[in-house]
Design a protein around this ligand. Structure first.
Ligand SMILES: Cc1cc2nc3c(=O)[nH]c(=O)nc-3n(C[C@H](O)[C@H](O)[C@H](O)COP(=O)(O)OP(=O)(O)OC[C@H]3O[C@@H](n4cnc5c(N)ncnc54)[C@H](O)[C@@H]3O)c2cc1C
Length: 567
């Protein structure tokens, strides 16, 4: 008897096969703006479906290694990465996934919405980048920080063009050295000390516990300026050149070696993100340049970077969700069960359709955060800034959790094959699990949301958007409008209660539930806005999302009926 071999069709093109992405771009950019982006998006999608998919597999199969000594015993701390990782690096530069919002041509074409186009690029790129999306995120964060007016011009001029280069031979990425063994979430416990060298440069000494993309040319490190006192607010961001070529302290020698005072102790053996070199790094009087005046509390400056990386985290989460769904759909189209195609099973249809609803809600959260960020950068728009203050942590925390839950479903959607390494499917789950951890765990972000709404008046723009969407929803569906109105009032009451005693046990213990409720309400509102603009899939997704996440109802029957619209 002939051996059965499962044929699996390729998933749809990630750009042309993603109607929500396309209609979102139509709405956010206008038809002409979207047309202007089409060439970039088509090129990247073609690359992702071809050479980058292969590069991704290669990078996963050949994780980075640390070579600590040369043959003669000299300490070199060289991190070797695969050809696939290098191909991802080159593609990220070539497709301007970091650079786009910094290019004059892009700002001229799309203005604030250059960040919308960048989000579309990240949406296409992230899922099969072997997590090169991580150094991309940190490079963008570093570029945004370097763009701040407080940063010394000579430092900006030396590094910003490299971070935002589109020539792979020139482009560099950045690490971000914040977490120490005694504190990641709690940065107030940071021990790394910065000492002025007297010539404008500083020297950093300390131990950094999680340093991803340690092969990058630079890192933004947090350190406590000598004499600055305790706490986290006084921590200041410094730019640390990673390689001898960029360190004035290097005395000849190999320019590709470590900068003097920088040591890579070991690479982490991680659950996922296996292609990404994440290291423990020691600093001993390492050369560093201040990013802003270290005498001024610096954590607020470093938050520029953190907001950007949180947005990227949301983009990566949604990118993985959308690609996982495309793969699961392709498999269901091909697989036979119970005498028919798997995709024709009402139950499997409902399973995939529900994932489509979750993906749509997550997409608009990430998309909205990028759109707001563009308005803050370009127009210094105070309304956008106030809203972004709460949208950034909400988008990051909700999409991170959804990405893990959905990845688990995608693995299951492949049956046993989903558990087998060389199908590439298990990686979806492994790589998703980092998303709710780094750049703020769910609890840490929930506390950030609590701070934002109780101390920084961020509740106002959020409630305004929810109330407006409730109004808009009246013409779409009375039930949806009713749900949104009720949840808006409920959140308004909750915010009043927790503002009365923000440090009280009730507010703190309940912070995660409140943040998730606010994030789910926001996603419903954003889907309503997109539906009201005329997107049919958003209309369905808005109703089903609100029933699933705000009313906790079962949506299987409707999700099954609308599968083709939802994925
Ligand atoms: C793959 C990977 C890559 C990473 N890359 C980098 C990097 O490049 N640079 C970098 O600086 N860091 C990096 N990190 C570190 C990451 O940012 C931290 O691990 C994260 O911020 C959590 O900090 P922690 O490990 O100290 O955990 P902890 O802060 O000890 O958290 C432990 C638990 O306590 C909870 N918790 C913490 N504080 C509170 C609180 N106040 N109230 C309630 N609950 C709380 C958390 O939610 C968590 O569940 C990386 C981590 C991973 C896994």
């Amino acid at each position: 008897m002939a051996r059965f071999v499962q044929p699996v069709p390729a998933p749809a093109d990630p750009y042309t096969g993603d109607p929500l992405l396309r209609s979102w771009l139509d709405r956010q950019l206008g038809p002409a703006g979207h047309a202007a982006a089409e060439g970039r998006l088509t090129d990247l999608a073609a690359d992702v479906s071809g050479p980058l998919r292969a590069a991704h597999a290669d990078a996963e199969a050949h994780p980075p290694t640390l070579v600590r000594y040369d043959p003669w015993g000299a300490r070199i701390d060289r991190v070797d990465t695969s050809a696939g990782w290098q191909a991802q690096r080159a593609a990220a530069a070539r497709h301007a996934v970091v650079a786009l919002p910094y290019l004059d041509s892009a700002r001229g074409e799309w203005g604030a919405a250059a960040r919308v186009v960048q989000h579309a690029l990240l949406h296409l790129y992230g899922a099969e980048s072997a997590t090169f999306s991580c150094p991309v995120a940190m490079a963008d964060g570093a570029a945004a920080l370097l763009s701040r007016p407080e940063v010394d011009r000579s430092v900006r001029d030396a590094w910003l063009p490299r971070l935002t280069a589109t020539d792979p031979d020139v482009a560099v990425t950045s690490g971000q050295w914040m977490t120490e063994a005694q504190g990641g979430s709690d940065l107030s416990r940071s021990d790394t000390v910065a000492r002025p060298a007297g010539d404008g440069s500083w020297r950093l000494t300390g131990e950094k516990w999680f340093c991803s993309a340690v092969d990058s040319a630079m890192a933004v490190a947090l350190a406590r300026p000598e004499g600055a006192g305790p706490g986290s607010r006084v921590l200041a961001p410094f730019l640390v050149p990673r390689y001898a070529a960029d360190s004035p302290l290097a005395d000849g020698g190999d320019p590709t070696g470590c900068a003097p005072g920088v040591r890579v102790h070991r690479l982490k053996d991680k659950l996922g993100t296996r292609a990404l070199p994440t290291a423990e790094v020691g600093l001993r009087e390492a050369y560093a340049l201040p990013l802003g005046d270290p005498a001024q509390p610096g954590l607020v400056r470093a938050m520029t970077l953190v907001v950007v990386t949180r947005l990227h985290n949301a983009a990566a989460a949604v990118s993985g969700m959308r690609r996982g769904l495309a793969y699961a759909r392709a498999y269901a189209d091909a697989r036979q069960v119970a005498g028919g195609r798997l995709v024709d099973s009402p139950l499997h249809k409902a399973t995939l359709g529900t994932l489509g609803v979750d993906t749509a809600g997550a997409f608009v959260l990430a998309g909205h955060a990028f759109a707001l960020f563009g308005r803050v950068e370009v127009g210094a728009d105070p309304d956008a800034a106030a809203e972004l203050r709460v949208v950034a942590p909400l988008a990051k925390l909700a999409t991170g959790r959804l990405a893990v839950a959905c990845a688990s479903e995608y693995v299951e959607a492949f049956g046993g094959a989903g558990y087998v390494e060389d199908t590439g499917v298990p990686r979806l789950l492994r790589d998703a699990q980092v998303l709710p951890i780094w750049e703020g765990t769910t609890n840490v972000l929930a506390l950030d949301v609590l701070r934002a709404v109780t101390r920084e008046d961020a509740a106002r723009p959020l409630l305004r958007r929810l109330a407006a969407a409730a109004d808009t929803a009246r013409s779409l569906s009375p039930a949806l409008a009713h749900t949104l109105t009720a949840v808006t009032e409920e959140l308004r009451d909750t915010f009043v209660t927790i503002t009365a005693d923000p440090g009280g046990v009730e507010a703190v213990a309940g912070a995660r539930a409140v943040a998730l409720r606010a994030a789910y309400a926001l996603a419903a509102a954003l889907l309503v806005e997109h539906a009201a603009w005329g997107d049919e899939a958003a209309d369905v997704a808005a109703r089903l999302w609100a029933r699933r996440w705000l009313r906790h109802e079962e949506i299987a029957l409707d999700a099954h009926q609308h599968l083709d619209l939802l994925c």
